[in-house]
Design a protein around this ligand. Structure first.
Ligand SMILES: NC(=O)C1=CN([C@@H]2O[C@H](COP(=O)(O)OP(=O)(O)OC[C@H]3O[C@@H](n4cnc5c(N)ncnc54)[C@H](O)[C@@H]3O)[C@@H](O)[C@H]2O)C=CC1
Ligand SMILES: O=C(O)C(=O)Cc1ccc(O)cc1
Length: 366
């Protein structure tokens, strides 16, 4: 018998999961979304077998439900779940970036037909919506699971089997520790990235040339400020206490740095930078770690845009997909460096070999 999986919220993450669900032979994929054109897109592109614009109607069909809407919407859907008359058991999970409010809502569920395991794939992008969905989005990423009570081994095994096509690595975490850690390494950095951009924007009034000077460093550290504002606003407020605590710590840290600058404490500053460098260089993520799993190569290019196009064409001819392209240190008519990111090491090694064979000077970033 075919099992039915419902994906509620068919945006970047829900859509990418739907594409992974298609890898299962015996699965009927149904979708629910508040946006009619998203449902239309899913139907037209065969991403789902059926679509619904009514959550209750869709849930009644499902054996498994993946809630992939914005965090606050997901909390609302869990509450709504408890009001729906179900005539079969259902395993429910979510993908929310914040686990506290979701798990609180799940713990209040009274319908014994519902088993809830919180989930969070630690991979994504700055894009939003179904059109940005990609099957390979989660490859090698960590997928956090938070069971809502004990003795859920069987359900956990079922969920892991369901998510096998994503090629994620699973990690069980308590909601509290999850929200504190993701607050530190994901949510808070978004806030800081946006504040750095705002600062540059303010200074631009005095120095109109600022955008032209914004080079690799500024672009690297502010990349995530280009993410979906409504999604991140929601994340910040759903993880409000942790964000507020991190802001307090950060302001203290900035005051300390201001003091070092004002007092000319060069040795202390050197030590501060050295310790930060040591920690950063040793980070797991620098060696294919938790969040930023990218596989990069650097390519020297000369006469662009011709050279740029040729590099992309060469890789496309070999059906290698590039997950990100960035041009670093470009000056008109002079050598530039192209940073190409791939989803996995295989694609990176293959691209390296192809480009070298075609006389491009490429370097692999470890
Ligand atoms: N964007 C990212 O990089 C990551 C996001 N997440 C989590 O995934 C969830 C979804 O995020 P994205 O896919 O990035 O957002 P998205 O904006 O691409 O997709 C959200 C989808 O939810 C739908 N939606 C909004 N309100 C709805 C409602 N009331 N009822 C039904 N559908 C509704 C939207 O129409 C849209 O299709 C969020 O909880 C987020 O925290 C998790 C990992 C990474
Ligand atoms: O941290 C980021 O900005 C990312 O690049 C991807 C991401 C976004 C949101 C998440 O909940 C988990 C991962």
């Amino acid at each position: 018998m075919k099992e039915t999986v419902l994906i509620a919220g068919l945006g970047l993450i829900g859509g990418s999961l739907a594409l992974n669900m298609k890898e299962h032979d015996n699965m009927r994929i149904i979708g629910y979304d508040a946006n009619k054109s998203t449902l239309e897109y899913c139907k037209m592109n065969g991403i789902t077998d059926e679509t619904y614009d009514n959550f209750a109607e869709a849930v009644k069909q499902a054996d498994i439900c993946i809630l992939a809407a914005p965090v606050s919407v997901t909390v609302g859907l869990i509450k709504e779940l408890d009001t729906i008359a179900l005539n079969k058991d259902i395993l429910v999970t979510d993908v929310s970036s914040v686990k506290g409010p979701v798990m609180d809502a799940a713990k209040n569920l009274t319908n014994e037909r519902i088993s809830f395991i919180g989930g969070h794939p630690m991979a994504g992008s700055h894009k939003k919506g179904i059109q940005a969905a990609k099957q390979h989005l989660f490859e090698n990423a960590i997928y956090v699971l938070s069971p809502s009570n004990e003795n859920m081994e069987e359900h956990i095994a079922k969920l892991k089997a369901l998510l096998t096509p994503t090629k994620c690595k699973f990690l069980i975490l308590e909601p509290e520790e999850h929200d504190e850690m993701t607050g530190v390494i994901s949510h808070f950095p978004h806030l800081i990235a946006s504040s750095l951009v705002q600062q540059a924007k303010n200074w631009q009034q005095k120095h109109p040339y600022i955008p032209k000077l914004a080079a690799g460093g500024f672009r690297d550290i502010t990349r995530i400020a280009s993410s979906n504002p409504s999604l991140w606003k929601d994340i910040f407020f759903q993880n409000k206490q942790k964000m507020s605590r991190l802001l307090t710590d950060w302001i203290e840290e900035m005051n300390h740095l201001k003091q070092l600058i004002d007092e000319g404490s060069e040795d202390e500053m050197q030590e501060y930078l050295q310790l930060a460098k040591n920690y950063r260089d040793g980070l797991d993520s620098a060696k294919r770690g938790a969040l930023y799993t990218t596989y990069d190569i650097y390519v020297d290019i000369f006469d662009q845009p011709g050279a740029l196009l040729r590099v992309i064409e060469l890789l496309a001819e070999h059906e290698i997909s590039i997950s990100n392209i960035e041009i670093l240190e470009i000056r008109e008519g002079i050598t530039g460096v192209l940073r190409l990111s791939f989803q996995n090491d295989n694609d990176r090694q293959l691209s390296h070999a192809i480009l070298r064979k075609n006389k491009y000077d490429t370097v692999i970033q470890e």
